[in-house]
Unconditional design. Structure first.
Lengths: 461, 947
């Protein structure tokens, strides 16, 4: 109560700020969200079909690449004796970073009572789940002998062999696994009331059975809501430390090493922020597409873009500071290898990409200081895409720069990507798009019950 | 229950009324019996009925033998496993081996199992039989014999085999008109003519570097590739080991391009090849020769002054030598200088008895063919159509001979243009004998029956003589019968085979008249570019171009593999705007040639240099079409130097394949490869900095109750010859990856030679796994495939490795190698996946599959052999009992391996040496492989003396 008194009125969460008038009734919310799924005649899926075909083609490219990797070995990529890691690891870090935002929006903002999250958390969570799943594919595909990936698990065997617990890759394995399991659970729990809504609104028998089964007998009793709220909150409390630990562990994949440019204590927090940054950028891209595709201007408003752009502005400044800290510490630490690496970043073989990364991640996002740009959906969309490109460049350069330019100059080699590197990367985008398109076709893309709650708060005295 | 009992009963009684259950039971019994029974092996296998003599399965047998290089022998000890020779090591008793090997010796086993080897006689575009050849040859031979051998000619390489020379003698006796020509592409014509000029007779100079304290090489490379390499490298390294400035050999070197000798030298200048003569004159003038003063750049003059002062001060222990590219007059002048200095040089009669020079011999051959004097040509183990100087027109001459038979190991360029090609045995397949460059004879023992329908050279010569065919072994034994009494022959023979050398067979020293001073006038620098040729450090003269180990052996200085390049001096490259990989067009008269450029810092301006042995058109699957052939550019009058070459940029680029790339460094090289001078070391002023020593650690100390293996590498002694690299490849079943994979930045060598330049002086550091006590690769492996064993080895468990490659990512030394493809396991380069090529594998080392990380094991299989022997005898492994493959190969004994837990072991002494340092020791990895800093012995008065 005291909180509410100190916060200015226009800053409080409320339907006036986060919805347009046409969406300010409970029925309107249900109708906007459920109509595309249930009223097939009144809805055109043409753009969806086009998207599906394109993403299917890209997914095929991904599968062909993965098949070739299994058949001919990872030698089809540009990895070499010195730069033994390449696109697969960069793609993994990038995807797992994208997978950050859903949980962050759902859990962290829930705990911070940012009710505007209601209209974005569903697809953000779906994005998280898909991105984390795709991210989970890469460490397996990247193995020299992928059929033995299960040796990373502590399964009972006659040789009494266990994984090597000091390895960051084992921490990573558990982090990804627990994160994916958590994401599925959290997502599904949040979906139960909406499945019930879909079941109740279904006009034909098939969807009623389909959604009814998924709704697990939800009838909206106050006891159910009571339990639900507790569970949701408890999961959110689990989610926040989990998402922080996951990205810290990803950071430790590099930091728990001996290499210049990797062995840095800043890496765990820096990876958490980086993940949030790219995750929010991806959420914004998807928000713009969902808003356009499902005509949800009433539910996803420019105010949402405005507030998320602010988050990204903050993140971009933190990223810039992190980069600067790395450079400063390289100089201040006085180690020749570190200083030489920073010089290589700015002026070496990959320098154009490094400058592009600084432009994408630090310079261009400063446009978000302008409120006009923050509330311009197209501008936010474009900048978000740029940020995601920048974040991918950051991930590949973390690998390339350090491995191409470490302690022994005699071993310095550059990385030359092959067509299969690119197909794997773009193919994974296709797989993500495919999963997301199937999701929006089947599952309510916005959390109806949470938006209803937001709207209802505005209506109650 | 009852029913069952009834059924069983009826079964025993074979009741015809078989019910359903009983039938099923019978059926299942049958199926079970079939499944449990033994299957037939997928292919026919034949067990030993009688074990071959001395063969114990799993234990290798060692045989002493000798291998030829350019006709001279190097003693070797061949390891044979179940009848397969798989590894070559040096023979300590042999003067041209001293227990060490070179890249060619190490790679020989791969050539033996080369799938491209010629397998049967060939003529008229089809496979033939030996009897068909003999039928074709016999009438011709009879005709020639009737004419005392007129019209019959034999062309060979250099032959030093006493038995073969005796066979030639006997052929000559029965056919006095028969002609024999001999041509070795890596010729020593100028050297031999130099002794003729100086002493009036043919002789071979054998410098004793161990007795020398000052050596000046004039475009000479005594430690470069060649039959003398191992011996001279060992002598020079030993002479430099003494850590007393006055007692250690100081090396001066003047050369147009980089040689291994130049890299090792304490003072080295780059000089156009023709101006080397002026330098020699300048030195001779300093010793009182009445010669005309030569013009020389100031830098060279300073060098000459310092060198002259030094050699004068050390008369009796100073030596000046010129290289094969220098004209005979310069060699003669060097002999005169050496005579003034009472230099430690011995002279012996020429081991190659042919008095003619190689190019002269070939020229005579061409004129004889043109004169119609050759009707039947026998080419014995030579490939003149590839390696003869282009100026002679040898190709047309050979094609003009009506009957021409080529005997060789491969169907090469010459074979393609002969009417007959006949396969020759490999040196590991036949009996023979051979002399080393100092005359020491060895018996060549066969290690394996000929793999194909081939014959050895002795059989060929016997065939020409139309003798009753006696086994080659008898030919060799008869040759040596005269050496001992009839009674002692059996013992002598056994002892000689065992030792690998014929006792006391080295040529006697001869005394020569005092060398006369040749009349030698100074020259002025030639206009334009001079192309300086050299034998190749990887493929030598091109004869072994089909050997994949050699093709993938990184050349010193450039780390280039799978090809040659045109080395251009840095200043010339800058003036022409040429970058590495730009293709240049060379023009000399009418001839043109295109070659990719490789900028060489420290090469004399105006000099272009490249190596022979590439551009083969018929070498085989591996060697054909690799690199550029420069033989056609050679001129019989000046085979090594081609003047008046002009170059232009061809306008396109070619990919240079290098395993080490070179960058401009900011002080890293001094850190990674510290250099110090002998004077500083003795004065105690300098100790290699060990930044921070070993940083503290939280990890418990390693096991202390057993062996602690460690390696020490003397960067001072390393000459960069690559013998260790190829030895490691042979010992550890390391596959080649091929040029395409090299272009992708992949390679598999466990041992690499790092090359850094400090103050414009290159230095070499062999880099195997460091076997860090706190190995960064171990904690990062998620499946514990990279672990430490109790004896301090960092081991890689191949069958546990899943291929995350984190270990290599985290290795500061980048010494781990990943199988990106099945380089040894289904995705082999070229034809090395063929069954016969697999015979080269060492059965004690696993062949690694795709997707697995591998690395140097300190030859754990050899440690294991020693441990088994020690445990059987209830003792510990003795000092020096474990010798790693790289250590065994090293001509200069730069590598030492031993047990740190023994306080008196040599490895502890080496690790306590003030020169000892750990590579990147400041990282806290505590490497078990340590280095001794590169030591130089410069003249403190250099540049101070009056010029």
């Amino acid at each position: 109560m005291t909180m509410a008194l100190t916060i200015p009125a226009e800053r409080t969460a409320g339907p006036e700020r986060w919805t347009l008038p046409e969406a300010r009734s409970l029925e309107a919310v249900n109708a906007i969200v459920a109509a595309p799924l249930l009223e097939r005649s009144s809805w055109s899926w043409r753009a969806w079909w086009i998207g599906l075909c394109v993403s299917l083609a890209a997914t095929m490219a991904f599968l062909v690449t993965v098949f070739l990797v299994f058949d001919r070995g990872i030698g089809i990529w540009g990895v070499n004796s010195t730069v033994v890691w390449g696109f697969a690891i960069a793609d993994y870090v990038w995807w797992i970073g994208i997978g950050n935002a859903g949980t962050l929006i759902s859990s962290m903002l829930l705990l911070m009572r940012q009710s505007w999250r209601a209209s974005t958390n569903r697809f953000a969570e779906a994005m998280t789940l898909f991105a984390a799943t795709i991210a989970g594919i890469f460490p397996i595909v990247h193995l020299g002998r992928p059929i033995y990936f299960y040796w990373l698990t502590p399964y009972p065997n006659t040789m009494h062999l266990w994984p090597q617990w000091r390895s960051a890759l084992i921490w990573d394995f558990w982090a990804i696994l627990s994160y994916i399991l958590f994401s599925i659970l959290f997502w599904y729990v949040g979906l139960i009331p909406d499945f019930a809504t879909m079941r109740d609104r279904a006009q034909t028998r098939a969807p009623a059975i389909f959604y009814g089964a998924l709704a697990l007998g939800w009838c909206g009793s106050s006891r159910q809501w009571h339990v639900y709220e507790k569970l949701h909150l408890a999961l959110a409390c689990l989610g926040v430390p989990l998402v922080v630990s996951l990205h810290s562990v990803v950071g430790m994949d590099f930091a728990a090493s001996l290499m210049p440019g990797w062995q840095e204590t800043i890496f765990p927090p820096y990876f958490v922020v980086g993940a949030m940054y790219s995750g929010f950028a991806m959420v914004l891209c998807l928000a713009a597409l969902v808003r356009w595709g499902f005509r949800m201007q009433g539910l996803i408003t420019t105010a949402h873009f405005d507030v998320m752009a602010k988050v990204m502005l903050a993140a971009s400044i933190i990223m810039g500071l992190s980069y600067a800290t790395e450079w400063f510490n390289a100089w201040y630490g006085g180690q020749h290898a570190d200083r030489s690496l920073v010089a290589f970043e700015f002026a070496g073989h990959y320098a154009p990409m490094f400058w592009a990364l600084l432009l994408c991640n630090v310079v261009i996002p400063q446009a978000f200081w302008s409120s006009a740009i923050r509330s311009n959906v197209i501008a936010v969309f474009v900048i978000s895409v740029i940020i995601n490109i920048g974040m991918w460049l950051e991930r590949i350069l973390i690998i390339w720069n350090t491995l191409s330019h470490d302690y022994l100059p005699s071993a310095w080699r550059m990385f030359l990507p092959t067509v299969w590197d690119w197909l794997l990367t773009f193919g994974s985008l296709g797989l993500f798009a495919l999963m997301f398109l199937l999701f929006v076709r089947i599952i309510p893309v916005v959390s109806m019950h949470e938006v209803r709650k937001l709207v209802a708060e505005g209506q109650s005295p | 229950m009852k029913a069952t009992r009834t059924t069983r009963h009826s079964l025993h009684g074979l009741d015809p009324a078989l019910d359903r259950r009983a039938a099923l039971k019978l059926f299942m019994t049958g199926v079970a019996a079939t499944l449990a029974s033994c299957g037939r092996p997928p292919e026919e296998v034949v067990p030993y009925v009688q074990m071959p003599e001395r063969e114990t399965p799993g234990l290798p047998l060692l045989f002493a033998s000798a291998l030829p290089l350019a006709g001279y022998g190097r003693g070797v000890i061949v390891t044979s496993v179940e009848g397969r020779p798989i590894k070559i090591e040096g023979n300590p008793r042999h003067p041209a081996s001293l227990g060490s090997t070179d890249v060619y010796g190490e790679a020989t086993v791969l050539s033996l199992y080369d799938p491209d080897r010629s397998k049967a006689p060939y003529s008229d575009n089809r496979t033939q039989s030996w009897s068909a050849f003999e039928a074709a040859l016999r009438p011709r031979l009879d005709r020639h014999r009737a004419k005392q051998g007129e019209g019959l000619a034999v062309l060979t390489g250099r032959i030093t085999s006493p038995s073969m020379l005796a066979q030639f003698e006997s052929l000559k006796r029965s056919m006095p008109q028969m002609k024999r020509y001999r041509y070795e592409p890596i010729d020593d014509d100028a050297i031999r003519n130099g002794t003729k000029l100086a002493f009036g007779r043919l002789a071979t100079a054998l410098p004793r570097f161990t007795d020398a304290r000052i050596v000046l090489t004039l475009d000479a490379d005594p430690i470069g590739a060649g039959p003398e390499q191992i011996r001279y490298a060992r002598q020079i390294a030993d002479a430099r080991r003494a850590q007393v400035p006055t007692n250690s050999l100081r090396l001066y070197s003047a050369e147009p391009d980089w040689s291994l000798t130049g890299a090792l030298a304490d003072h080295r200048v780059a000089l156009r090849p023709e101006l080397i003569r002026n330098l020699a004159i300048e030195v001779a003038r300093g010793l009182g020769a009445p010669l005309e003063q030569a013009t020389l750049p100031d830098e060279i003059r300073r060098f000459a002054a310092a060198a002259t002062a030094d050699i004068q001060a050390r008369r009796g222990a100073a030596l000046v030598m010129a290289g094969p590219r220098q004209p005979a007059e310069v060699h003669a002048l060097c002999h005169w200088i050496d005579a003034q200095l009472q230099a430690p040089v011995d002279f012996i009669a020429s081991v190659d008895p042919d008095a003619k020079s190689h190019n002269e011999s070939l020229r005579t051959f061409v004129s004889d063919v043109r004169g119609g004097h050759v009707e039947t040509l026998i080419i014995l183990d030579a490939n003149p159509l590839y390696n003869a100087p282009g100026s002679l027109g040898v190709g047309e001459a050979i094609r003009a001979v009506p009957f021409r038979a080529h005997f060789g190991g491969f169907r090469d360029e010459t074979a393609r243009h002969c009417t007959w090609h006949l396969p020759l045995t490999h040196a590991l397949e036949h009996w023979s004998d051979i002399r080393a460059f100092d005359g020491t004879a060895s018996i060549i023992q066969p290690l394996i029956l000929p793999l194909y329908d081939s014959r050895d050279p002795h059989q060929i010569l016997a065939m020409l003589e139309a003798e009753a065919r006696s086994p080659t072994l008898d030919i060799i034994r008869n040759q040596w019968k005269s050496a001992v009494s009839e009674k002692g022959l059996a013992d002598w023979w056994r002892q000689t085979l065992h030792d690998g050398v014929v006792a006391n067979s080295a040529f006697e020293k001869i005394s020569l008249p005092t060398a006369g001073l040749p009349s030698l006038a100074p020259v002025t620098a030639a206009e334009g570019f001079t192309l300086a040729l050299a034998s190749d450090p990887a493929v030598f003269d091109g004869g072994m171009a089909n050997n994949a180990w050699l093709q993938e052996c990184p050349k010193p200085f450039t780390s280039q593999v799978w090809g040659n390049a045109l080395h251009v001096a840095e200043s010339d490259a800058r003036a022409l705007g040429v970058r590495d990989g730009d293709v240049l067009q060379l023009r000399h008269g009418e001839a043109t040639l295109e070659m990719p450029a490789l900028i060489s810092k420290g090469q004399a301006a105006g000099v272009l240099s490249t190596t022979l042995g590439y551009g083969r058109t018929d070498a085989g699957t591996i060697g054909t079409g690799i690199g550029v052939d420069v033989y056609p550019w050679r001129n019989a009058d000046s085979p090594w130097l081609i003047d008046h070459v002009t170059i232009t940029r061809a306008g396109h680029r070619a990919e240079l394949l290098q395993t080490q790339h070179f960058f401009d460094l900011e002080g890293e090289a001094e850190q990674l490869q510290p250099r110090l001078t002998l004077a500083d070391l003795v004065g105690g002023k300098f100790q290699v900095e060990r930044p921070g020593g070993n940083p503290p650690t939280l990890y418990p100390p390693s096991h202390d109750d057993t062996y602690k293996w460690a390696m020490s590498i003397d960067a001072s002694a390393c000459i960069g010859c690559n013998a260790c690299v190829v030895a490691c490849q042979a010992e550890n079943n390391i596959p080649v990856v091929g040029p395409d994979e090299i272009a992708m930045g992949r390679d598999m060598h466990w041992m690499r030679i790092d090359h850094y330049v400090v103050d414009a002086r290159p230095g070499f550091s062999p880099t195997p796994c460091m076997h860090c006590e706190h190995a960064p690769c171990e904690p990062v492996c998620p499946v514990a495939a990279s672990i430490h064993d109790s004896e301090g080895l960092n081991v890689q468990v191949y069958n546990r490795c899943v291929g995350t490659r984190f270990c290599e990512s985290n290795c500061p030394y980048k010494v781990r190698r990943f199988n990106f493809a099945g380089y040894a396991d289904g995705q082999e380069y070229g034809n090395l996946g063929e069954d016969i090529a697999k015979a080269v594998f060492n059965p004690n080392v696993s062949v690694r599959g795709r997707g697995v990380m591998e690395k140097c094991t300190y030859c754990v299989q050899r440690i294991s052999v020693a441990r088994r022997a020690a445990e059987r005898e209830g003792r510990v492994i003795r000092e020096g009992e474990v010798v790693t493959a790289c250590q065994a190969a090293c001509p200069t004994q730069a590598i030492h391996f031993g047990d740190m837990s023994d306080p008196h072991s040599r490895i502890n002494a080496l690790r306590a040496d003030p020169r000892s340092y750990s590579l990147l020791g400041e990282l806290g990895t505590r490497p078990r492989t340590t280095y001794l800093a590169r030591l130089q012995n410069p003249n403190p008065d250099y540049g101070k003396a009056r010029t």
